[in-house]
Ligand binder design. Structure first.
Ligand SMILES: Cc1cc2nc3c(=O)[nH]c(=O)nc-3n(C[C@H](O)[C@H](O)[C@H](O)COP(=O)(O)OP(=O)(O)OC[C@H]3O[C@@H](n4cnc5c(N)ncnc54)[C@H](O)[C@@H]3O)c2cc1C
Length: 458
């Protein structure tokens, strides 16, 4: 497989992506981790840091960063898939706020490790600007700030921008206002995951690549090349989880797709802004996200690719020409300075993991030694670091502020069997798309989309 072709990011790392040696026979370990994305690697990192004597093996079916960690939008944000009001309803206001503060701290923690380990990943903590370009979007921006205040966040966390302030950060067409949060860094995601893999190896962790795990059971991860026996087995497979035996309905793999432009000239950047490399989005329903890369491109993505029957994940699903064309069109609408033919050089995508109740979770079943983390939807760059630190505490039996957070040991319900799952996920996407179209026409907020969000418990 040509791993460089999986994303613009993997094509632009300064290394050849040669797989590490695979497993050669049975072996024993203290902890075996399945999946060498951020989740698996952060878990290995903090475990090895806390106890250098631990024998830790990471099993990866392809190479470190093959999954979403090598392909994402590069927002290392404090976003958490369950909204603050929904967390407050389920766990109370104080625990919801503690979760949000832990996420904010996580952005700083990733920045700290990146610096301490010398991971050269174009890290820039420039925050996020979310634009409002219609009346309906403006009302959602206002509501987001009001909601944040109500739940204990301040102007330093999320501030409403008027049209001039928003345009000052990001000069998008028709901008009416927006919000700004400082709690986000733009990052080159593949350089982060690859650098992290090297950092864990320096701490004595063994990463085994091109070694698919075919079964997980208490005390063992089974592969065609041998069994790794360990009292603790960590599942860190996110969007690929449904392919594991017994896990088909654990998360739904939903695809997010991206495009990257050619490097843009300084004159274009002078018109667009994003001078702090702020990550950017807008208040439409179907999520879009972008960043100004360190080499002067716009990397821009969105949801909207179909969910595939039976939670199937296939390389071909990463490429959906209709979605790439839509992303290009939307990018051109937001930044007309890019001209009628937005100069796109790369297109790619990948699966992320959505739990049935939209709630990310991390946990360890002490009776079996089976641990897991995931269900981050599109917010795993930061959240996986919090998961890794939390798993390290859980596995070492250390009670901490992290192990008391509300997402710890949360069990999401399973998704419905097919064809219900397929119908529900794709119907949801349709509602959000048509809501955006209607809002663009009328400027009025869509009641159907709001009702659908409430149904999901957002
Ligand atoms: C296009 C896109 C854009 C995104 N943008 C953002 C963003 O800007 N910000 C953000 O916070 N989040 C974003 N996300 C989500 C984020 O990338 C993920 O939540 C995060 O990378 C998940 O990390 P992970 O380690 O849990 O999973 P992954 O990175 O998917 O890693 C799982 C690993 O497990 C391996 N694996 C799976 N099954 C097996 C098996 N049976 N045996 C051995 N190995 C196995 C896979 O090969 C893979 O390497 C985006 C996702 C996508 C796809």
């Amino acid at each position: 497989m040509r791993y460089q072709e999986l994303s613009y990011w993997l094509s632009s790392v300064d290394e050849p992506l040669t797989p590490r040696p695979g497993l050669a026979g049975d072996t024993d370990a203290d902890v075996v981790i399945v999946g060498a994305g951020y989740t698996g690697l952060w878990t290995a990192y903090y475990l090895a840091e806390a106890d250098p004597a631990l024998r830790i093996v990471v099993l990866e079916k392809e190479i470190a960063g093959y999954g979403a960690s090598g392909r994402n939008g590069g927002w290392c944000s404090a976003l958490f898939p369950t909204s603050l009001p929904a967390l407050a309803r389920r766990h109370g206001r104080d625990r919801a706020l503690a979760m949000q503060r832990a996420m904010q701290e996580t952005v700083r923690e990733v920045g700290r490790v990146v610096a301490a380990e010398g991971i050269d990943c174009d890290w820039r903590a420039g925050g996020t600007v979310v634009l409002a370009r219609t009346d309906a979007q403006l009302s959602r921006a206002r509501a987001a700030v009001a909601e944040a205040r109500e739940h204990g966040l301040a102007d330093e966390d999320l501030v409403l921008l008027d049209a001039a302030e928003a345009a000052d950060r990001c000069h998008a067409e028709g901008v009416r206002g927006g919000t700004y949060t400082p709690h986000c860094a733009a990052v080159h995601p593949a350089k982060l995951v690859r650098g992290l893999a090297r950092a864990v190896e320096r701490r004595g962790v063994r990463i085994v690549e091109r070694t698919p795990v075919t079964a997980l059971r208490p005390g063992a991860a089974v592969t065609p090349a041998g069994v790794v026996r360990a009292p603790v087995v960590v599942r860190a497979t996110e969007g690929f989880t449904p392919a594991l035996p017994g896990q088909r309905r654990a998360v739904a793999p939903v695809y997010s797709l991206m495009v990257a432009t050619e490097p843009l000239p300084a004159s274009t950047w002078a018109q667009i802004g994003l001078g702090e490399r702020e990550t950017f989005s807008d208040y439409r329903h179907v999520i879009i996200y972008g960043q100004r890369t360190a080499d002067g491109r716009l990397a821009f993505g969105g949801r909207g690719a179909p969910y595939h029957f039976g939670s199937r994940v296939r390389p071909g699903y990463d490429r959906e020409p209709r979605v790439f064309a839509a992303l290009r069109r939307v990018l051109g609408e937001i930044f007309p300075v890019l001209g009628p033919e937005v100069p796109v050089s790369h297109t790619w995508g990948g699966p992320l993991g959505v739990a049935r109740d939209w709630a990310a979770s991390v946990g360890l079943d002490r009776s079996t030694g089976l641990a897991w983390a995931g269900g981050y939807v599109g917010d795993g760059v930061g959240t996986s670091n919090l998961a890794g630190r939390t798993l390290a505490d859980l596995i070492r039996g250390a009670d901490s502020e992290l192990t008391a957070l509300p997402w710890v040991n949360h069990r999401s319900p399973r998704w419905e069997p097919e064809p219900l799952r397929w119908l529900a996920v794709n119907a949801g996407l349709k509602v959000m798309f048509s809501a955006d179209e209607a809002e663009a026409r009328t400027g009025r907020p869509s009641r159907r989309a709001a009702a659908f969000s409430r149904l999901l418990g957002h």
